[in-house]
Design a protein around this ligand. Structure first.
Ligand code: DON
Length: 326
């Protein structure tokens, strides 16, 4: 039997998750991109966006950080919206690689296929597909507008992060040209790589990420702005990708432990989607060895357990309703 939860219970769970996790000091900021190494390590926030658009927050939820790999989710959705999910499946794929996010060998093992838009290879390929093809500024505008539609407010490029990423993205350049060799890049390769690098360098807050997650959770309708951002039928497609590859080589461990389809980024952000229930996000810069935020993982796991939200549990809680109704 499914149970309902009220807002006070959600609020308390976020607060307790914050308190139980804030003292954790394991993990280390990403340092392969110089900008990320300098972000204050103690920043930590948790945010949940409910069906009526109320956003419940605790900690540093209004501080913008590098969206990084979480940006792979909106761009995958954008190309599904522009081309339909089947074409994205044919051109990129929907299979987990079981390998690190920046793996080159994964491309070779998958017989020249980028596998999924949620690893670097597939994300660069997705950027190359974004319409209008051949128009770098038009594509960039499409990506930013789409992210803003999902998040319900403006996102801005962190210039220093963009410069830092561009100066160090040699591995991604190798991926791009290898994919070009296999005809898996559908626009100018350098332009596609630059778009990917730029989208990773967008600043976003935990509050915005939770709204982005909620827009996915509620079938493409942003619960805050009430605008329809993408076709409802795409929610199960993108959530299935998040569930199968959102934490790269540790996705199975994560899903088994939490039952939360989610996507992480090396900026320290994680967004989770509980279809029909809520979008949830957490942010804290120190990462584990696979590049996933230590505190954000602990906080989200705490909330999933405390509120009984595991999507695979037949006895789970399903929705948060207004206090007056609860
Ligand atoms: O491609 C990169 O190296 C980064 N800009 C994004 C990587 C990332 O966030 C991986 N996720 N955990």
């Amino acid at each position: 039997m499914l149970h309902r939860i009220d807002k006070t219970t959600v609020r308390n769970a976020l607060q307790q998750a914050y308190e139980c996790t804030r003292e954790t000091n394991s993990g280390k900021n990403a340092d392969y991109i110089p900008y990320l190494a300098k972000v204050p390590s103690e920043l930590f926030g948790i945010s949940a966006c409910l069906p009526d658009g109320e956003v419940i927050t605790v900690g540093d939820t209004d501080c913008a950080f590098g969206i990084e790999s979480v940006s792979k989710v909106p761009t995958a959705l954008l190309v599904m919206e522009q081309y339909g999910p089947q074409k994205v499946m044919n051109r990129i794929g929907a299979d987990a690689t079981g390998l690190p996010f920046n793996s080159i060998i994964a491309i070779l093992l998958e017989k020249d296929h980028p596998s999924t838009p949620l690893v670097n290879a597939g994300a660069i390929s997705a950027c190359s597909m974004v319409k209008p093809v051949g128009d770098a500024e038009g594509k960039w505008k499409a990506i930013v507008d789409f992210i803003e539609g999902l998040a319900g407010s403006e996102v801005t490029l962190i210039d220093e992060l963009y410069r830092s990423e561009s100066a160090t993205n040699f591995n991604n350049r190798s991926i791009t040209w290898l994919l070009r060799n296999y005809n898996r890049i559908y626009d100018d390769p350098e332009m596609s790589l630059d778009l990917y690098t730029r989208q990773c360098s967008l600043g976003i807050t935990a509050r915005q990420l939770s709204i982005l997650g909620a827009t996915i959770a509620f079938g493409g309708r942003n619960p805050v702005t009430r605008k329809q951002i993408f076709r409802t039928e795409l929610t199960p497609k993108i959530v299935s990708l998040m569930a199968t590859v959102g934490f790269y080589e540790h996705t199975g461990d994560w899903l088994y432990t939490t039952g939360l389809p989610a996507k992480s980024g090396v900026g320290g952000g994680i967004v989770g989607v509980i279809p029909g229930v809520m979008g949830i996000a957490s942010f804290a810069p120190p990462l584990d060895a696979s590049g996933n935020s230590v505190k954000a993982q602990l906080a989200l796991k705490f909330v999933m357990d405390r509120l009984n939200l595991n999507i695979f549990n037949p006895d789970r809680c399903i929705t948060a309703v207004p206090e007056s109704v609860a």
